[in-house]
Design a protein around this ligand. Structure first.
Ligand code: AMP
Length: 203
């Protein structure tokens, strides 16, 4: 099963991704995590991406697509994977379709986590507070100003993917405002149709 999570920053993609990984045994491919790892390791890609990420802008389509293309070759992606944070532009979506087509594979479903934008800043502030309380380091792009920029980038560059996948008949919207478990249950209800019959039965 090849799945995409679509939604603005703070919509709960990472939280729901954890559920998908355990329940469906497919890896989560977060381009944000991969880029942060590249920044930490100070690779050439990381050095190039750092300032762009800190400012809340998007890293170039070619760089991100190359990272994804390499990652999905790995054995653990053979039965499927969840893309979290990719594609983020229409160009990336086209690149993804092309790379999957070469491998005779295709995206099965795109889950859009629909959230009320006014609630997102609240979520961000509590995420920062929780991270600090755990004694973990707060992401450099997790501050109110950069967050607003990331939201604007989502609206301008990523939201056009909604009609893109709607046209392909793959878009499934989920209300992302409920409790974590309620959102997971709504996602499970959608994914049932993508599961082999035995897995459905064993639930
Ligand atoms: P995320 O963890 O998904 O919020 O991503 C953090 C940052 O990494 C974004 O604000 C971008 O700067 C960069 N990034 C992650 N995924 C992509 C992508 N698919 N295309 C371009 N930039 C990305």
């Amino acid at each position: 099963m090849i799945l995409i999570f679509l939604g603005p920053p703070g919509a709960g993609k990472g939280t729901q991704a954890a559920h998908i990984v355990t329940r469906y045994q497919i890896p989560q491919l977060s381009t944000g995590d991969m880029l942060r790892a590249a920044v930490a390791a100070q690779t050439p890609v990381g050095k190039q991406a750092k300032a762009v990420m800190d400012a809340g802008n998007l890293v170039s389509d070619d760089i991100v697509a190359a990272i994804v293309e390499e990652r999905i070759e790995a054995d653990d992606c053979a039965t499927g994977f969840l893309l979290d944070g990719f594609p983020r532009t229409e160009a990336q979506a086209e690149m993804l379709d092309a790379m999957l087509e070469k491998k005779e594979r295709a995206v099965d479903a795109v889950i859009e986590l629909r959230v009320d934008e006014s609630a997102l800043t609240e979520r961000l502030l509590s995420r920062i507070a929780e991270t600090k309380a755990r004694g973990d380091e707060v992401r450099k792009d997790d501050n109110e100003e950069t967050f607003k920029k990331r939201l604007a980038v989502y609206r301008d560059q990523t939201a056009p993917l909604i009609p893109y996948y709607e046209k392909q008949g793959k878009l499934k919207a989920v209300d992302g405002m409920g409790a974590v478990e309620a959102v997971s249950a709504a996602i499970d209800a959608i994914l049932v149709e993508f599961m082999p019959f035995e897995e459905r039965e064993n639930g």
